[in-house]
Write a protein that binds this ligand. Structure first.
Ligand code: PLP
Length: 347
């Protein structure tokens, strides 16, 4: 497959902005109209905050590459995976002409990113086990379909999407398959990262917002073929990742054992929550979860959602996506017990 043939004409022709720090990061830097005297903030971290950051995220990509065992030219860093979703839409989808297939129910930002870019979306429902229906997907695709969004583990259903279906699409669909693995750390099931080598049209999205506990920092990344990585670097804003973000994420990578401990603890609490939810008679169904949240079904979910918020317990009403369902994130034991107590009362 020729990735280039899928890219919008204006992006192929684009002469990208050449940022000052793209060429030189050291020397007597008088090229970027920065403040050479320093910064109003005491630079305790020796980051030279008065200087623009490296637009190509070299240090961060080196560290992330060695952590993941992935070559640097297959890595792009974004301001959360949300930025990467938007960039992919803009690289491949011609507004008002092209479209993207979204396997629903799923994470809402895929549609929002398409809507913002005036790119139409074709929803294809997952089956009753929340797995893709390949026949439905293939009949929904048309000559203007450029992207298929697959979320695995899927938000809000919590399950991993079977890899055979993803690979079937990667082989047969002449477009880009975006596999959003925001919750992969919690699943223990094989990631699609290793499939990128063989399938240059697969883009695996990852984030530091979930297992790593860095949602406030805003950092996500993707693993894909070097051709797509080059396109992402070509169109992103010059200095999307700031120096503070880079340093915090590099520190986090060195401290990956803490992330592993969180994953173990969260998965343990998840099993506790699932067990307790199943004991509540008025809960009709508790779905299995490969993520850090649980979807469950009950009568009058919106009512229950509002009553819980009145008690200060905030969960998510997903009944507009999955009939009668609420979604709860796994919390600490104390939070989980408070949630369960209030839920029992409300029900
Ligand atoms: C499936 C999925 N992808 C991506 C994100 C957003 O990730 P980030 O914080 O990296 O933008 C979320 C956030 O809830 C999500 O559920």
């Amino acid at each position: 497959m020729k990735i280039e043939s899928l890219v919008r004409e204006n992006i192929l022709k684009l002469k990208p902005y050449t940022s000052a720090r793209g060429d030189y990061l050291t020397g007597i830097l008088l090229d970027a109209n920065e403040n050479s005297f320093g910064s109003v903030v005491k630079d305790e971290w020796h980051l030279e905050l008065n200087r623009y950051p490296d637009p190509f995220h070299n240090q961060l990509r080196n560290e992330l590459g060695s952590y993941l065992n992935v070559e640097k030219d297959k890595l792009f860093i974004g301001v959360g995976s949300d930025e990467i979703i938007d960039l992919l839409v803009r690289i491949f989808c011609e507004p008002k002409i092209d479209n993207a297939v979204i396997l629903e129910p799923t994470y809402g930002m895929y549609k929002v990113a398409c809507d913002v870019n005036d790119v139409s979306t074709i929803p294809v429902m997952l089956d009753e086990s929340f797995q893709p229906r390949l026949d439905k997907i293939y009949s929904a695709i048309n000559k203007n379909t450029k992207l298929i969004f697959i979320c695995s583990p899927n938000n809000p259903t919590g399950n991993v999407i079977n890899s055979e279906s993803i690979l079937n699409l990667a082989k047969n669909f002449n477009g880009i398959i975006i596999v959003d693995e925001a919750y992969a750390e919690f699943s223990g099931k094989p990631s699609m990262i290793n499939m990128v080598e063989k399938h240059p049209n697969i883009v695996v999205l990852r984030t530091f917002s979930k297992a790593w506990g860095l949602a406030g920092v805003r950092c996500g990344y993707c693993i894909t073929s070097p051709e797509i990585i080059k396109l992402l670097y070509k169109i992103k804003l010059p200095y999307n990742i700031n120096k503070l973000t880079s340093q915090i994420v590099i520190y986090a990578l060195k401290n990956f054992a803490q992330k592993d401990k969180f994953v173990t603890a969260i998965n343990f609490e998840k099993e506790f929550l699932i067990k307790e939810l199943k004991l509540i008679q008025k809960i009709k169904k508790v779905f299995t979860s490969d993520s850090n949240f649980i979807l469950f079904e009950c009568a009058n979910p919106t009512d229950i959602y509002h009553k819980l918020t009145e008690k200060g317990i905030i969960i998510r009403d997903r009944s507009n996506q999955v009939k009668n369902c609420l979604r709860v994130s796994v919390g600490t034991r104390d939070q989980n017990e408070k949630f369960l107590n209030e839920l029992r009362n409300v029900l």
